[in-house]
Design a protein around this ligand. Structure first.
Ligand code: HEM
Length: 292
């Protein structure tokens, strides 16, 4: 049963605080001792761990379905790839818990991995994007989620998941400068009651990402905000990366030239894919990486 083997935090949903950490592998560093420590000590009940294609390549293993995030271009826009070796998403009910979770992680990672980026995320206004629109409404139900997010079978694969992680930076002043009807049309839902617009334009976000066209994904995105910049850490899990990628290509106008209105007020600044290994008895199962 794949649910029993999943990293539980994937299905559990987000808490008040999060931190998205990405690491590169130090040149000429052997990742195996750190991975063996992670297999033994990483607690998947408060964090999610993903393996990127550079790490799989360094280990000389092939994970079926894992690939590097592609750089994509569309009419007037570009979507960058910033693929890293390792991704860890920490979650906690408050800032203190997040601090403790990060501290517990430090000694596990060792000097084999070098921190590329650490961005704190938070639940805004009960689950809204910083634009004020509810995010996650059309997510799969709790019953549907395992079928959408988890790999169903395969030795060392059952219960694992693939994730697309992409940071978007919003121009909120620009977004807010538009009348609410224009904003609703960009999103494809009414801000006042979150109802989907029947006559939403083809450029609206919900039309571009219509899951009846692409198939479903399990979104676990969270807002982030610094003093100057702010936006959404987009995080979506799937049994395959193909649905996320088709959705993103449709947003970028790569499929039919129609660009998602999201690009009018936000732009992607990072993009990477990871494979989230399964668990066994509450610990990471890294046998597929040759770590036992
Ligand atoms: C600036 C970045 C983004 C923002 C602010 C954003 C926000 C939203 C909002 C407000 C909704 C409507 C409510 C809901 O069903 O959740 C939505 C729907 C959705 N978004 Fe995004 N999103 C962003 C990027 C992305 C990306 C990069 C993808 C995938 C590549 C994506 C995939 C989806 C999907 C699949 C839906 C549901 C569509 C449906 O109704 O079937 N979003 N998003």
């Amino acid at each position: 049963m794949s649910v029993a083997h999943a990293q539980p935090s994937i299905l559990a949903g987000q808490l008040a605080c999060g931190q998205s950490l990405s690491f590169r592998l130090g040149l000429d560093k052997d990742p195996r001792p750190a991975l063996a420590r992670l297999a033994e000590n990483f607690d998947p009940s408060y964090a999610i761990l993903g393996i990127g294609s550079p790490l799989a390549a360094a280990l000389g293993v092939s994970i079926p379905g894992l690939r590097a995030f592609p750089a994509i271009t569309g009419p007037g826009l570009s979507v960058p790839s910033t693929q890293q070796a390792l991704w860890i998403f920490l979650k906690a009910p408050d800032r203190s818990g997040l601090f403790d979770a990060a501290a517990a992680l430090e000694w596990l990672i060792d000097d084999a991995f070098e921190l590329e980026d650490a961005t704190e995320t938070f639940t805004y206004a009960g689950g809204r994007d910083l634009t004020g629109y509810v995010d996650g409404t059309n997510n799969p139900t709790a019953e549907e989620a395992p079928g959408v997010a988890l790999v169903a079978s395969g030795a060392g694969m059952e219960g694992s998941s693939f994730v697309g992680v992409q940071r978007w930076a919003h121009d909120l002043a620009l977004f807010r400068s538009h009348h609410v009807h224009v904003r609703d049309n960009m999103v494809g839902r009414r801000h006042s009651d979150n109802v989907e617009l029947k006559d939403a334009p083809e450029t609206s976000h919900v039309k571009r990402t219509d899951q009846e066209i692409t198939g479903m994904m399990l979104r676990r995105s969270m807002p982030w905000a610094g003093a100057r910049d702010r936006g959404l850490e987009f995080i979506a899990f799937g049994a395959t990366l193909d649905i996320f990628e088709r959705s993103l290509r449709r947003m970028a106008g790569d499929e039919d030239g129609i660009v998602d209105a999201t690009f009018r007020y936000s732009r992607p600044t990072t993009g990477s894919y990871y494979w989230c290994p399964p668990t066994v008895a509450g610990k990471l199962n890294l046998t597929k990486l040759g770590i036992s």
